[in-house]
Design a protein around this ligand. Structure first.
Ligand SMILES: [Zn+2]
Length: 67
């Protein structure tokens, strides 16, 4: 139990995506975002789940940082 770390766990990462069903902006907690980005880097795709329950397939091209 290290309460000093709780603040970063509460941060949300803006995925710069909108749900195709409800149009909500998609945000993830830092651990979730790290898992999604790791999946993108390993497999080229990842799944996000909107607050409405709609699954969103995202692909690595959205995160391309180098030519
Ligand atoms: Zn939604």
């Amino acid at each position: 139990m290290n309460t000093a770390e709780h603040s970063s766990a509460n941060d949300l990462v803006d995925m710069e995506l909108h749900c195709v069903t409800c149009g909500a902006r998609l945000y993830l907690s830092v651990p979730q975002a790290e898992a999604v980005i790791a999946s993108l880097e390993r497999t080229g795709a990842a799944i996000l789940i909107c607050i409405c329950g709609q699954a969103q397939l995202i692909r690595r091209k959205l995160y391309k940082r180098h030519a």
